[in-house]
Design a protein around this ligand. Structure first.
Ligand SMILES: Cc1cc2nc3c(=O)[nH]c(=O)nc-3n(C[C@H](O)[C@H](O)[C@H](O)COP(=O)(O)O)c2cc1C
Length: 204
């Protein structure tokens, strides 16, 4: 038998987009949880990563806004928006900053929230255009703020964005109080979150 044309195994469950906004890179506790969870998910999905820490993403300036209004959209943003629209699952990893997530992630959403790609409207309301059915949001928080606390503005924002873009159900995996615990306790919390994520990866 001749060599296989393509020896990359096909993951029949579809495409997973991993959006990594872990600014502290390899020092990041959030990334420390996300990487093994995404590795577990790679058994079922073809994973593509968009690493925001290596991109120079700016919020829309008056000039960029005017250009976009004329249909002049940066190539990278259009490409990323199309990947979002075509993904079956999305994982977002971002530390808890200033009671939500780093501004680069908001700027990324702003740049990729494109009419006709991630959403449109039907004359009465906005309608999502994304294929995604589930989003997993992974974060770690310095203060003792559990998911669902009104001071926690990461999960509600991602849920709202899911309504606009049509991303489906949003699940959050978080570890908190991370800036006020012993190194052993921090490690324990990270390990617990990894176990929770790997368990969830089986049905995600
Ligand atoms: C710029 C910055 C802003 C932060 N803002 C908050 C905050 O508002 N609330 C909070 O609980 N922790 C805050 N933290 C602490 C981080 O959430 C915490 O250390 C987290 O574990 C960092 O995640 P990482 O290791 O993935 O970078 C902040 C940390 C940084 C560097």
């Amino acid at each position: 038998m001749g060599p296989l044309k393509n020896d990359t195994p096909v993951k029949h469950e579809g495409k997973l987009l991993f959006i990594d906004a872990c600014i502290r890179g390899d020092q990041s506790r959030t990334r420390g949880i996300a990487l093994p969870v995404v590795a577990a998910l790679s058994n079922r999905y073809d994973v593509e990563t968009i690493d925001l820490t290596t991109m120079d993403i700016a919020p829309l300036s008056p000039k960029a806004y005017a250009e976009r209004t004329e249909g002049n959209i940066p190539e990278w943003a259009l490409e990323a928006a199309r990947k979002i629209a075509q993904a079956d699952r999305i994982v977002i990893a971002a530390p808890f900053w200033d009671m939500s997530f780093p501004a680069v992630l908001k700027a990324f959403f702003e740049q990729t929230s494109l009419f006709g790609v991630t959403f449109e409207d039907n004359g009465r309301k906005c309608v999502g255009l994304c294929k995604c059915k589930k989003v997993l949001y992974i974060t770690t928080r310095g203060m003792d703020i559990p998911t669902g606390d009104p001071r926690e503005q990461g999960t509600p924002y991602i849920k709202a964005l899911s309504c606009l873009w049509g991303l489906g159900e949003v699940e959050t995996i978080a570890a908190w109080n991370m800036d006020y615990l012993s190194p052993e306790k921090i490690e324990e919390k990270i390990s617990k979150a990894v176990v929770e994520g790997i368990r969830l990866a089986k049905t995600f």
